[in-house]
Design a binder for this molecule. Sequence first.
Ligand code: FES
Ligand SMILES: [Fe+2]
Length: 418
Amino acid sequence: MLTPARNEMLTRVGRGTPMGELLRRYWQPVAGASALDDNPIKPLRLMGEDLVLYRDRGGRYGLVDRHCPHRRADMSYGWVEETGIRCGYHGWLMDETGRCLEQPYEDTTNPKPSKAGCEAKAYPVKECAGLLFAYLGPLPAPELPVWEPFTWANGFREIVLADVPCNWFQCQENSIDPVHFEWMHDNWGSRLRGGQVNAAAKHLKLKFEEFEHGFIYKRVREGQSEQDRYWTVGRVALWPNGFFLGSHFEWRVPVDDENTLSVAWFFMRVPKGREPYVQERVPTWVSPLKDASGRFITSHVINQDIVAWAGQGRIADRTKENLRSSDIGIAMMRKRFFDELEAMAAGKEPGGIIRSANAAQCIALPNMARELNTDGIALADFGKDPILRQRLKEFRHHYGQPAEVRRAFVEAMGIAEA
Ligand code: FES
Ligand SMILES: [Fe+2]
């Protein structure tokens, strides 16, 4: 249970708020690069700031103020040129650093036009593994962490976004909540398919550990032992707002105090014998959350999570909760945020920020699925593992995978469409 003031500290993300300033110190995934293929301009709201993401014709990425520095027209209705983005109202041209390059009327009529003071707010953007990451914090920006899975070859990757109507922190608390798998995904999942009993293997034991890049949670369920990788390796609540499950990442990126962009990156190694496989383009798609009646879609795993997150209210009221021993990880995570916020207020740099280019190049994380994704397995062996067998049959994480993404996946894996 938290006081209202402590809850606000965890959840408010606007510029100048403690958490808003902390999250701005980390590169945040904000889109798939392929989302800009058809339209190179995309309006984006991040941590309460209205922005425009673009790729100019020279291939440079920019993230600038949604409103033009001239008289504040909407830059998402402008267009990109060889360098920069041009406002459609009076033609001012800005580059990815926010510098104003052209002011057509002034440039024509004034022999010595000055553009001083006409810069647009702009943030750096970097591409990695098909994702676009933005950095909204103080310069110089730290290194972009290249997590080891981003360096894996011979795999099919896809990026899925969802617009989640609630605060980011309740989504991130789900990254350190092992018991919900038993109830939300197993027992409820079974009920949704007509099951009549709560037959999921019970959680018997939990352990939470802290490390530089977040927390590891470990579990033993009925039928498992401490020799199982769920206990010896575990899963990672990635600092500050991610989740790493071995073959995929999820991030909960604040849009504003009451909305979150869910960004997920998936990797599936092609079966042995299908290498070399080179993916030309990492597809990006948006998962719809509601059905025609306005109710949440409940058939897919992350859609189920979203039912829980949004169900806690726009901003979960943590003055009314009852944390128990299943929530030890959640308490640990909150404490680390409070400690980091305190340290930042004292002028320190928060943890997990990488300043050395070498250290950022390929960062290994505890990973239950490393061999599967680096060595690969034969197609026949997929059938021996229920989760992998299911993964070949259909994309169970998010509802709404487009047919063309499914086709590309089937082709990459060398399987026949069911
Ligand atoms: S408002 Fe953008 S150029 Fe005038
Ligand atoms: Fe979940």
